[in-house]
Design a protein around this ligand. Structure first.
Ligand code: ATP
Ligand code: MG
Length: 203
């Protein structure tokens, strides 16, 4: 090895030793074990997909999972077909369709209330280790559900229970209550180039 290369290797080793000490210290500091409230928001693709990835992880650990899908009415998604078969996963499709399809605010609010009753029961039930509230943000940003009611149910859920909320434009108090918030940014989306939503990738 040339002098230059061995210098580079030695400097790399010192940098990595320092980095490892920092990472180990950060891991040692994170010593609390509790249920996490995760909010996946933003305009980019991948919020619901990410939530369903966590469902797979949870089921892989033999945890019990409850999923509530708000807004959307379709029951032909790949995620539903796959996870519904799992004995530890309860799956509810609670929407009547997109607001621009239903065009009926009163009916949308009634549907939101009915759906929320199911979600609220899951958030009060320690049997569920993970509760996914897919597209819930819209019910808050559109004022279909009272924010304090939703925030109370989330903050009073069993201590060990994880909850994941997805959807664009999460309201500020929800972001504040959450332990982890990811804002998924759109850089490009195939749909804008005329590529249709496709099974396996989009639903
Ligand atoms: P996904 O379910 O693919 O993870 P998402 O949950 O991040 O998407 P939603 O707004 O719930 O985003 O998306 C609903 C549907 O619209 C999905 O089929 C998704 O692929 C598609 N979609 C997501 N983001 C965009 C976008 N920026 N433009 C157009 N279509 C999108
Ligand atoms: Mg989604």
């Amino acid at each position: 090895m040339s002098d230059h290369n061995s210098d580079t290797a030695a400097r790399h080793r010192v940098r990595m030793q320092r980095k490892k000490a920092q990472v180990d210290a950060a891991i040692a500091r994170a010593d609390q074990k509790k249920g996490v409230l995760l909010v996946l928001t933003g305009h980019g693709k991948g919020k619901s997909t990410s939530a369903f990835g966590s469902v797979a992880r949870a089921l892989g650990h033999d945890l019990n999972v409850g999923v509530c899908q708000f807004i959307k009415a379709r029951t032909d998604t790949g995620e539903e077909a796959f996870f519904r078969q799992h004995p530890n996963c309860d799956w509810h499709v609670l929407g009547d369709g997109f607001t621009w399809d239903t065009q009926d605010r009163t009916a949308d609010i009634q549907s939101a209330e009915r759906g929320w009753a199911i979600a609220e029961a899951m958030l009060a039930d320690a049997k569920y280790d993970l509760v996914v509230l897919d597209e819930l943000t819209y019910l808050l940003s559109l004022g279909y559900l009272r924010a304090d009611r939703v925030l109370d149910a989330l903050s009073e859920r069993p201590r060990e229970q994880h909850a994941i909320v997805t959807g664009r434009s999460a309201i500020a108090p929800l972001r504040e209550l959450a332990d982890t918030v990811s804002e998924i940014k759109e850089e490009k989306h195939a749909f804008h180039a005329g590529i249709q939503a496709q099974p396996g990738l989009d639903y």
